[in-house]
Design a protein around this ligand. Structure first.
Ligand SMILES: [Zn+2]
Length: 187
């Protein structure tokens, strides 16, 4: 994880080079953002920084509706080190935990389930399940904004097991159901 001053300077510059490297959480609003969010800068004393969107969500923050941090590219600060976590993230991005369990994923990676969870706590700041959930919601949000698929089709394409869990995940994260968040299509 980058240090506070590095993150803070990048945030104040709205530096796009740091997109995905850290996420800014704002205590006063309960929202977290990407570094180049166009919204007015919060005061430095009110912000904290997280290495991943999943970590910010685990800490209780909701994604900003302007910069959509939950759809930021997944490039943790330690990218480049060929680690089990990096491979696990790719497999989770590919839907490994939409179909299978954490133990199955760990077995595919040649490690134990507990070890994998520890590595995630250390490097990602969230469990594999929380990470998969964040990625699923990001996929669904992109499909909602960029396609004319029905919400039911989006739920399954994004990897949710049912429309009910799709709705529940959105309610929990955004405080409103997916149907209330769909943007009108530009004509
Ligand atoms: Zn934002």
């Amino acid at each position: 994880m980058l240090d506070f001053d590095t993150c803070n300077d990048a945030r104040l510059r709205r530096d796009p080079a740091y997109d995905g490297l850290f996420f800014t959480a704002v205590r006063t609003t309960g929202i977290y953002c990407r570094p180049m969010c166009p919204v007015k800068h919060p005061l430095t004393k009110n912000v904290s920084y997280y290495p991943t969107a999943a970590a910010a969500e685990r800490a209780g923050y909701r994604p900003c509706l302007r910069c959509r941090p939950e759809t930021a590219p997944f490039c943790p600060a330690w990218k480049g080190t060929r680690t089990t976590v990096e491979r696990a993230l790719k497999m989770i991005e590919g839907g490994a935990l939409d179909r299978g369990s954490v133990d199955e994923l760990a077995t595919d990676l040649g490690v134990g389930g507990r070890h994998l969870s520890r590595l995630f706590a250390q490097h990602v700041g969230a469990s594999p399940i929380q990470t998969a959930q964040t990625l699923r919601i990001g996929r669904a949000k992109r499909l909602m904004d960029e396609t004319i698929l029905s919400l039911t089709e989006i739920a399954f394409q994004a990897g949710f097991g049912s429309v009910r869990s799709f709705n529940a995940s959105f309610l929990k994260l955004y405080g409103r159901p997916p149907s209330a968040m769909r943007r009108p299509r530009p004509s």
